[in-house]
Structures are given as C-alpha cells and as structure tokens.
Design a protein around this ligand. Sequence first.
Ligand SMILES: *[C@@H]1O[C@H](CO)[C@@H](O)[C@H](O)[C@H]1NC(C)=O
Ligand SMILES: *[C@@H]1O[C@H](CO)[C@@H](O)[C@H](O)[C@H]1NC(C)=O
Ligand SMILES: *[C@@H]1O[C@H](CO)[C@@H](O)[C@H](O)[C@H]1NC(C)=O
Ligand SMILES: *[C@@H]1O[C@H](CO)[C@@H](O)[C@H](O)[C@H]1NC(C)=O
Length: 383
Amino acid sequence: MMGPQQTFSRALVVIMAILLIIILMPTARVSAAPNYRVPAHYSGEAQKLADPTYGPIPGQSDHYNYYWGIERPFPGNITDPIFPTENGPPAPNDYTWQNLLSAEWVIFEFYQQGVETFTDEDFIKAGLPNNTRRRLMEIRNNEAGHLRIFQNQISPRSIKPGPCKYKFPLDDPIKYLAFMTVLEISSMVFLTGLVQQPELNVHKSAMVAIAATEARHETWALLDIWKENPFGGPTDTMFPYANQILYTTNAIIVPGSCPPENPEYPRPHQRLPFLSAAKDTKSLAPGSVVRLNFTDPNNQPHFHPGIQYYAVFFHGLLNISMPIDTKHWPKKDIAITIPPEFETKGVIVALVANTPGAPTFDTVVAGPAVILNQPVHLGPALL
Ligand SMILES: *[C@@H]1O[C@H](CO)[C@@H](O)[C@H](O)[C@H]1NC(C)=O
Ligand SMILES: *[C@@H]1O[C@H](CO)[C@@H](O)[C@H](O)[C@H]1NC(C)=O
Ligand SMILES: *[C@@H]1O[C@H](CO)[C@@H](O)[C@H](O)[C@H]1NC(C)=O
Ligand SMILES: *[C@@H]1O[C@H](CO)[C@@H](O)[C@H](O)[C@H]1NC(C)=O
C-alpha cells in the first residue's frame, strides 16, 4: 500500500521527468542536423551562400558598383537554390523575401542578358549615349547586390530560390530599354505594396531603400536614354496588392523552367487573368479609349451576369473607378477610358474589379496592368 507521501513523491518524479524533457527538447531540436538534403543534381556550391559573410558584401564591396566583366557577377554566377541549414518553422517574413528574391532574379537576368547580347556600338547606332552599356552594367551590379541582400534576409530555415528561364525582348536595343523602363517602374510600384507585408520596421525600411535605388535607375533612363523630364509627379503610384503585380511577371517565365525546389511564386497568389490593351491601341495617355485583352487563352475571366464590374485605375495616391460593360463579352470587346483626370506622369495601374476602388485584394478579378506615362510614346509600343 502506498501512503499519500509516496504517491506525492512519485507524482513529483513524473512531473520532474516531464519538465526535464520539455527543457531538453528545444536544445535537442537546435543541435540536430538539419533534415534537408541538397539533391544530387546540384553541385552543393550554392550552399556556401548560406553564410551571409561569404563573398562580396553589399554596402562594402565595389563589386556591386564597378565590376566591368561580361561574366555574371556574384551571386548571379551561382544559380542553384540555397537549401535550409537549420530546422524549424520559417521566420515571419520569409515568404515576402522569397517572393522578392524570385522577382529580383527576373530583373538581374534582364540586365545580365542585355550586357551579354548588346555591344557598345549597338546602343550608339540606335542613337544612344556611348556609356549606355556601361550604365547597364552598373545597374546589373546593383541588382546583383539586391540578390545577395534578399538571400540574406531569408532565414536559414527557408529555401532561397534560384532563377528560372525568361523571355526578354533582346532583338532590338530600343525595345530592350523600353522594357527596362517598365521593369524599373513596376518594381517601384510593387514595393509600395510589399512594404505593407513585413512585421519588422527594419524590413520595411530596407524595402524603401531598395525602391529608391530603382527610382535612380529609372531617372537615369528618363534623362539619358529618353531625353525626357526626369520627374514623375509629386508622388509615384501606390498600389497595395504587391503579389498581384509579381504574379504578372509569370508571363515572362518560360513554363517549367524554374528549379523544382523553388517555392511557389509569388506566395500566395490568386492566379488572376493577365490584362493588356488590344494590339491596335494607339495611345494609353489619360483620356484614351482602350479595348481590353485578357492575353492568356488558358486563363480568362468569368463575369457573372448580375454583377457590375469596374475598371479601377491607380495613379499617385488616388484611384478612379469606371463601370464597364461585360454583358456581351467575349462577343463584344470591353472598352475603357483611361481617366482624363490623371496627370501624364509616372504610371497608372489598371485592373478589373467587382467593387469600385477594389478595396480588398479579392475584389480584383483581372490584371493588374502597368501603363507607362513616361515616355508616353513607349506605352502602346510595349504591348
Ligand atoms: C562567382 O563570382 C565571384 C566574384 O567574381 C568569384 O569569386 C567566384 O569564383 C565565382 N564563382 C563561380 C562558381 O563562378
Ligand atoms: C562619349 O560621349 C561623350 C559625350 O557625348 C564624349 O564627350 C566622349 O568623347 C565620347 N567618348 C567616346 C570614347 O567616344
Ligand atoms: C490578345 O493577346 C493575345 C496573346 O498575346 C494575342 O495573340 C492577340 O492577338 C491579342 N488580341 C488583341 C485583339 O490584341
Ligand atoms: C481606392 O479609393 C477608395 C476611395 O478613396 C478607397 O476607399 C479604397 O480603399 C482605394 N483602394 C485601394 C485598393 O487602396
């Protein structure tokens, strides 16, 4: 027979044992080897990049400024995904930085391939300044710095995605530079939305600093390439749904070309139908009437007969909604008027929503599309 004293000391032993297990558990988890494996089809070279101090450090090394090689700058020359080196749940902002790293690969590859494809003479023959290619190299180097910064912002518990293959307009220097303007200005717009995602203020500030870098690139292009006024109005365009803009870049990714281990891009996404203006569009300037084209035949919008849809245009800090007629689509095209109220500066973001002002991300049913106002003649040329 056990007395109350014995029962108590037995219970104490059990409690102590449980406590000991609880205390030891986290330690055991940290010291265990990570349960990932670098797949055999990778060399393992990229794992060196898991150490943020490996290679040139952005902000310290002029590699990210004045590297004049044609070969890919670090870390763009190491293209395998970087696998986690610690076990555990992802850090709170890992998805956001993974999205940004995947997007940065698009931008870095765009500059790298331009540097590889065009010569100084190609740009000079197109009537552009003789330092055009050198500036593009500098921008490429800055973008390589962004790759490294974003890799380092992702915690060691999450994979750091590698590049895919992309379709860029590389057959003509002017078309190439027009595309550059769209990429730079789109990245400025999407950063205004992305900055709402991080929990840490220091991450928000880092994104503002990156957006300012893209603005400098764009300012150079406006002044030296397009011989335009460099300013974009009192404020650039604010757009809250960053992942919707990121998703549109899937149109330039070669299907099936991404490392299979990459996380979905962007995460999360709504798979909204791509939106563009019809091919015969003459002008996208405020006041123009434009017919819409949902360019992916495999992903067309579904308009319900009882619902009034709107074209919603974002410019500066404002948005303007116009009701659209979807009743006879697709037999009859949907025509919209770009709000004449807007100044002819910067960009306009356009989308189709089921609510005026598209107040939440899930009211958006197609798009967005980025409409370039500066230089205004480039807008329709890009479609
Ligand atoms: C990548 O570039 C860096 C800096 O130029 C260089 O030190 C490194 O050897 C390169 N690595 C590979 C795998 O090409
Ligand atoms: C490049 O252009 C600048 C300004 O037009 C000119 O001063 C310079 O001599 C040119 N350099 C070469 C190498 O052609
Ligand atoms: C709509 O986009 C598709 C895909 O880019 C294109 O083939 C088609 O010609 C476009 N239609 C119009 C009217 O612009
Ligand atoms: C568009 O503007 C309206 C009115 O100012 C606002 O309520 C709405 O939230 C705005 N939409 C977005 C996506 O910011």
